[in-house]
Structure formats: structure tokens, C-alpha cells
Design a protein around this ligand. Sequence first.
Ligand code: GDP
Length: 228
Amino acid sequence: MSDTSATTAPPAPNYRKAAFFTSASKFSQCPPDEGWEVAFAGRSNAGKSSAINSLTGNSKLARTSRTPGRTQLINFFELSASQRLVDLPGYGYAKVPVSVKREWTKQLENYLQKRECLRGLILLMDVRHPMQPFDQQMLNWALEASMPVHILLTKADKLKKGPAGSSLLGVRKQLKPHGELVTVQLFSALKHTGHEEVFKVLNAWLTDASVYEDQEVAAAEEKNPAAS
Ligand code: GDP
């Protein structure tokens, strides 16, 4: 009989229970690749820490405005025994040496493409200048791995309704070729807007058992190719 414990999806988590779990400075130091993970990524200053803090109702969970040039870490926050939020490091400060940037790029690529328990990527971009080269790179890696991406156009309160809507439509238009795999919304940590929309996406990803089902099907087909 097969072990079904890993295939039973957990209920939607209580985001207010998010607590720091561990840090990794390399892909190889990540916790065991099991359960359900959603990662947050964005260029420095995109508003990633503010968004994580605002969504979890914990103003101290992710540090805001990190010191430029300091060692970057992948931070894991536990929501339940099998569900985690992951804060991926962003960079963009000139002070970071090229060699450090290159190494981080490699680690991010590894994480996005090889992490089996990663269900989706929340990609944060400042609503005033979205789709920068870093964003395109993250998007490409996720899409290569057929991973869903949900984009938050952050600091929406900095624009009036009209220009914010135009930015949203512009990004949506660019992403049209990717169909339902990439979605986008406006978000403001400051004004606390857009949160319900994000929770809907997070809940769907963090309670989805289909990835395990796919893996089980593939494993079964491998064992018994004549049956497929
Ligand atoms: P990170 O580097 O991506 O983690 O960005 P932070 O969360 O540290 O935010 C960078 C700067 O943008 C800080 O000064 C924040 O106060 C500001 N910020 C973040 N989110 C918002 C927002 O929704 N509205 C406004 N007006 N400012 C924000």
C-alpha cells in the first residue's frame, strides 16, 4: 500500500501564525524538499518585506530595507508543519560585487527550477517601473519550470487610480502569451489593499495536491509502462 500522508493537501493556513523557520545562503542548505512552499521575489526596494509583513500581520517578520551589500539569505517562514513562505533575496545595489551577484543568480535559478515543493512564485514589482530585467529573468526561470507566477504591482498608493490601472493593463498585456500561468494585481502594504486577492492565490497554491498526484502518476507509469 502506498503512503498517502504526503498527498493529502493541508487546509489553508493562518498567515498570522507565520514564524521564522530557518535561513539558507545556498540552495543546498534549504530544508527538506517536502510539503508546500510559495516564494516571494523582487528587486531590492520593490516592497517585498513590507508585503510579507503586511500579509502576515507581523511588522517584524521580514526585515525592511536591508543593508546593501550584506550577506543575502533565503529565509523560510513556517505557516504549518507542511506549509512555508519563502523570502528570496533581491539585489540591485551597486555596492554588491559582480561575483556575489553572479553566485546569487545561480542559487536563485537552482531554487526556482529544482525545488519540487515550490508551488508558485509571488513576484513583486514597483507599480511605477514594472518588468525590469531582474523581473523578466525570474519570470523566465519560473515559466521554464512551468511554475505559476502571481505578480504584485506594489506601492499602488503612490499612483492615482488612472495611472495605476494603466500600469496593470500594460503588464497584463505583456503577459498575455503565458495565459493563466501568470496573473497580476495591484497591491499596497501601506494602505492594506489587494490582500484578499493575494490570499486567494496563496490558499490555492498551498493546498494543491495535484503536483504530488502528477509525480505519483509518473512513478506508476515508470514502473508499469505498458499500462500507459
Ligand atoms: P524590499 O527591499 O523589497 O524588502 O522593500 P521594503 O519592503 O523594505 O520597502 C522599500 C521601501 O518602500 C520602504 O521605504 C517602504 O516603506 C516602502 N514601501 C513598501 N511598500 C509600500 C507601499 O505599499 N506603499 C508605499 N507608499 N511605500 C511602500
